[in-house]
Design a protein around this ligand. Sequence first.
Ligand code: ZN
Length: 70
Amino acid sequence: MKRVAEQQARHEKYMARFTPCPFCQGKDLSVELNGQATDWVRCNACGCTGPVADGENRAIERWNQREKKA
Ligand SMILES: [Zn+2]
């Protein structure tokens, strides 16, 4: 059970890096990685995707910036 709690805590910390989806306010977000320096954030609730970026961190950054402008 301890391991599950640790995984949950790590997941929550990771998800805290994302701003909620600007369209549906969903927080079920994941980063799509295709291994070709073009990653993007995807909302699993409504299916929208964020800007393509070079790397996971930049994809999250750009997703967060997009939300602020909206
Ligand atoms: Zn959404």
